[in-house]
Write a protein that binds this ligand. Structure first.
Ligand SMILES: [Zn+2]
Ligand SMILES: [Zn+2]
Length: 352
């Protein structure tokens, strides 16, 4: 008797499987429809406490190619406004995938004009323009030469913009919203509205001058972004008491290993580039020193050189904790830290 029941049950499972198999495309379409609905409705802002300062990591990589990391990008959310710092390759897409509402972007602040800090601008501008029907160009703020970058991009994307306007019409892609509007800045306060203040300061990334770091303050909470820099006293001064120091990092031993591999395979010029970059970035210990001198409440590593598979990443930042005793985290793309000003910033990843 039991055997009969078992056979009947197996038969039913088999029948259900067969129905699922024959209907697989219908089921898949229903799932896709649900996913599309979720994607269109998604707005990460509605989940974020409005009185906190949120720091998102839209690109944690470097010029060394990585499938896991977009190039340099950090986004700060204060009082419902988005402030983007650098926009390396792939980071515009990452920002969108994180669910960030691009109509809230106040502008992109460039730390310096190495290409790994601005190659994602084209895709971001398109997503913002076409996705939110932006009425004004995207503000692009940065050191001398930023105007040249904006002008070049506006020319390069000119033909594309004409095709899109002809296809979708001016109500969807307003001609006034295309491209970038550049503003060249010097050190000092570069944004001061609604109680949010951004201060630019010079860091050490010679021969790239000027190179800036940025500090954003709002309601007694702050985040300080190093930009690309060797160990910097100016950064330590400007990051005094900051809730979160976002610091670049390069592991010289690992980069030397790469230089030796290049030499070994008859690529001495590539080896030279690896050795050249060692002196204008900061080691984990040096970044730890800066965080300690600044009295930063937390240290977050980004622009990690080199990027290793996740279980090995701790090797890249080895030694930082012997120089700085506060919390340290090596960031991944999609990470978000939320600062309430009292406790250690809360962590979550928006892409997992
Ligand atoms: Zn650089
Ligand atoms: Zn860089």
């Amino acid at each position: 008797m039991r055997k009969k029941w078992l056979l009947a049950a197996l038969g039913l499972v088999g029948l259900a499987g067969a129905v699922a198999y024959t209907q697989r495309d219908t089921i898949a379409m229903a799932l896709i429809s649900r996913a599309a609905d979720g994607a269109m409705a998604r707005n990460v802002m509605t989940d974020l406490p409005a009185d906190q300062l949120h720091v998102g990591f839209c690109g944690t990589g470097s010029p060394l190619p990585s499938r896991d990391r977009a190039a340099a990008c950090t986004v700060v959310i204060a009082n419902g406004r988005l402030f983007v710092f650098d926009m390396g390759e792939g980071s515009g897409e990452t920002l969108s995938l994180m669910g960030m509402p691009l109509d809230r972007v106040q502008g992109v602040w460039l730390t310096h004009l190495h290409s790994d800090h601005f190659e994602g601008l084209g895709p971001l501008a398109l997503q913002r323009w076409a996705g939110t029907s932006a009425q004004a160009p995207l503000p692009l703020i940065g050191p001398a030469g930023t105007d040249q970058v904006a002008q070049g991009l506006n020319i390069a994307y000119g033909p594309d913009s004409k095709f899109r306007m002809a296809h979708h019409g001016p109500a969807v892609v307003p001609p006034s919203g295309f491209g970038f509007a550049a503003r060249v800045i010097t050190p000092g306060v570069v944004y001061d509205q609604g109680g949010i203040r951004i201060t630019a300061f010079a860091v050490g990334h010679e021969p790239v001058t000027p190179s800036y770091g940025f500090r954003l303050d709002w309601q007694g909470k702050s985040v300080t972004i190093s930009g690309d820099t060797a160990k910097s006293q100016m950064l330590a001064d400007m990051a005094k008491g900051t809730n979160l120091l976002v610091h670049e990092v390069l592991n010289r031993d690992l980069v030397e290993t790469m230089a030796q591999a290049a030499d070994k395979h008859g690529q001495p010029k590539r080896g030279k580039i690896f050795r050249d970059i060692k002196d204008y970035h900061a080691s984990p210990e040096e970044a730890g020193d800066v965080a300690k001198v600044a009295g930063a409440k937390m240290l977050a590593f980004t622009h990690v050189v080199p990027s290793l598979p996740r279980p090995l990443m701790r090797l890249v930042t080895l030694g930082a904790d012997t120089h700085y005793t506060g919390p340290i985290r090596t960031m991944r793309d999609g990470d978000l830290l939320s600062i309430n000003g009292k406790d250690e910033p809360a962590y979550r990843n928006l892409l997992d």
